[in-house]
Design a protein around this ligand. Structure first.
Ligand SMILES: [Zn+2]
Length: 409
């Protein structure tokens, strides 16, 4: 043990380790419940109990750092490899859903659309499943192919990766031409790229669209990475970007049995300015209810973002064929479609384009993915880069190194 005297900041090579942070990160049985890893002494309690905490002495050997704290003599043991990754400022962040932690793309990055995984492989192989879900996490979209083109299968896919969110549109919704549509989605009209249900709080986070029948002509699906678009707006028109992140706008849907309203920014950012969400849907956005002198800036910003979203190099176009199930992050990826005609007989669902959709929650998808990574083989990759970039899969940390190890105080 080095008796360096009580220090509030322990320097170890190029690691700077604040004493109170080390104590907060302690994984011993007094500090965390061993069976679940849940905190027994949380950060706020640490801060109140130990305002003058210091490292009394420490020893680093065999890949481990042992620390004894003053004033109470508590001892903690950490894996140095874990500290290298998780010490303050080291960048390994828990739960970062911002653009910074994911991979933005434009059309050239996904020349054949989002990564595709066959349903059979997805069901059989944790690696295949992790590839599909990892693509949704990193890129915001994936396609599972060859899902039996039977009504209701979209729910089977949804339940395989998370929890289906029931809304006023039901557990699943049919997207096809209907004679008396309660929603523009149920017409053959073209839809510009948008996010779904902007009037909902929270918005549905993951959307699945399963193709049962393709249109004879038209009805192609368009995807735009909202993160890439928002970043482009920031580069080209900072004032517009700032307006859309700072001004909250009203969204609403007034339907036969539902009235849904929400105020939210078009672009959400995290504490460091990285984009975390895009909410873009002209059909649900209501006239801005901000002070008169800000109105002009809001419309100018909306126009500017609309122009960016129309830029052709951002859009990936794909034609869903029966069996394809598109899975995308509705808080990030905008989806649209080209127009398509009514059915041959004029009857809904009698031969025209027919998709079934459902919503699941991103936290469930990410949990499924994390469990695959934690329990899976080393072959389960942590990220799926855009096609064509040749990004090598990185191997995940094992569970043992994913949190500080217990000390036998
Ligand atoms: Zn402890």
């Amino acid at each position: 043990m080095n008796a360096a005297g009580p220090v509030t900041m322990l320097h170890l090579g190029d690691l700077a380790l604040p004493a109170i942070w080390l104590r907060d990160a302690c994984g011993c049985a007094e500090c965390r419940y061993p069976a679940t890893g849940q905190r027994l002494v949380g950060s706020a309690r640490v801060a109140r109990l130990y305002p003058d905490l210091a490292v009394e002495r420490h020893a680093a050997r065999d890949g481990r750092l042992t620390v004894v704290f003053a004033p109470d003599g508590h001892e903690s043991v950490f894996e140095l490899a874990w500290l290298e990754q998780h010490a303050p400022g080291r960048g390994a962040r828990l739960g970062d859903q911002s653009a910074q932690a994911r991979v933005a793309w434009t059309a050239t990055d996904l020349p054949v659309g989002p990564p595709r995984v066959a349903w059979d492989a997805y069901l059989r192989s944790p690696v295949a499943m992790a590839t599909a879900l990892g693509a949704v996490e990193k890129l915001g979209a994936a396609v599972i192919t060859e899902v039996p083109a039977r009504p209701g299968m979209v729910l089977t896919v949804g339940r395989s990766l998370g929890h289906v969110r029931v809304t006023n549109y039901g557990e699943l919704f049919d997207v096809r031409v209907e004679p008396d549509p309660e929603h523009l989605a149920y017409t053959g009209l073209a839809l510009a790229p948008h996010t779904d249900n902007p009037y909902r709080d929270p918005v549905p986070t993951v959307q699945l669209l399963h193709c049962l029948r393709a249109a004879g002509a038209g009805g192609d699906t368009t995807l735009v990475d909202g993160f890439a678009a928002a970043d482009r707006l920031r580069e080209t028109d900072r004032a517009a970007f700032d307006t859309l992140t700072q001004v909250w706008l009203p969204f609403s849907y007034d339907g036969p049995t539902s009235v849904l309203t929400c105020r939210a920014p078009v672009i959400s950012v995290d504490d460091e300015g990285a984009v975390t969400q895009v909410r873009w849907n002209d059909r649900g956005l209501q006239p801005p209810d901000v002070a008169p002198d800000r109105i002009g800036a809001v419309y100018r910003a909306l126009a500017a973002f609309g122009e960016v979203l129309d830029e052709a190099d951002l859009a990936v176009s794909l034609r869903l064929v029966p069996g394809d199930c598109l899975i995308f992050d509705n808080t990030r990826v905008l989806h649209g479609r080209s127009a398509y005609g009514p059915t041959a007989t004029g009857e809904p669902g009698s031969g025209g384009r027919h998709l079934q959709g459902c919503y699941v929650d991103m936290d469930g998808l990410r949990s499924t993915l994390e469990v695959l990574r934690r329990d899976g083989t080393r072959a389960v990759p942590t990220q799926a880069g855009p096609a064509g970039r040749g990004r090598a899969p990185r191997v995940v940390a094992t569970r043992a190194s994913a949190r500080p190890i217990a000390a036998a105080r």
